[in-house]
Design a binder for this molecule. Structure first.
Ligand code: NAG
Length: 201
């Protein structure tokens, strides 16, 4: 009786001892399995895993972009509003919009296609305060459902980003490394596919 009691006490102690790291592991696993950027394979195909630290809101005509939501090409025909957080206006950010699913998601041999790039966006402002390095190109997905990814990167200083040579075969990771931009601080993506008469009704 006495021994069993002690054993029970011991296992409770063991439980508490282990429950903290187990709890953390469970939390990380839960985060991995529910992070829409991982499920949507944006992390993997375009970005390395990162911890979001800056708030970014992308809005097309009052419709906010949430991960994995579908937007009609007609809805995204003009550039969105992109508002960013951050502590103050002395930090500068680069915004990239890229399509990793060119020409189509089943064989994206032309990955990535750059749609938009704005640099020197001061923290707490919006993309219209930045410097457009590559103008907004309207998404026109022809084959399958494409992901259009907005990535926000923190610059080390102002005017440190060299314009990319081409929209085609763009590589967000490589570009970030070459321009000393480090890991993303925010990202969000939407899906879009060709608008047919049938789908539009
Ligand atoms: C950016 O912010 C300014 C000042 O708040 C505002 O006047 C402007 O309309 C905004 N532009 C966009 C494209 O969101």
């Amino acid at each position: 009786m006495q021994l069993r009691h002690l054993e029970a006490k011991g296992s409770i102690a063991l439980y508490f001892h282990c429950s903290i790291p187990l709890f953390l592991v469970a939390l990380i696993m839960a985060r991995l399995s529910t992070d829409p950027l991982i499920i949507g394979r944006v992390i993997g195909d375009v970005l390395d895993s990162f911890i979001p630290t800056i708030k970014m809101t992308v809005t097309y005509n009052k419709k906010q972009v949430y991960n994995g939501h579908e937007f009609f090409p007609s809805t995204v025909s003009t550039r969105p509003r992109v508002e960013i957080g951050g502590a103050d206006m002395r930090s500068f950010y680069t915004l990239i919009m890229t399509d990793p699913d060119v020409p189509g998601p089943s064989d994206p041999y032309l990955r990535e296609h750059l749609h938009w790039m704005v640099t020197d966006i001061p923290g707490t402002t919006n993309a219209s305060f930045g410097n457009v390095l590559v103008s907004y190109e309207v998404p026109k997905p022809n084959i399958g459902i494409h992901r259009f990814v907005f990535v926000l990167l923190k610059q080390k200083r102002r005017q440190c980003v060299t314009p990319p040579s081409s929209r085609d075969h763009f590589n967000t990771r490589k570009f970030s490394a070459e321009n000393d931009l480090g890991l993303p601080v925010a990202a969000v993506y939407f899906n879009s596919q060709r608008e047919t008469a049938a789908r539009r009704r």
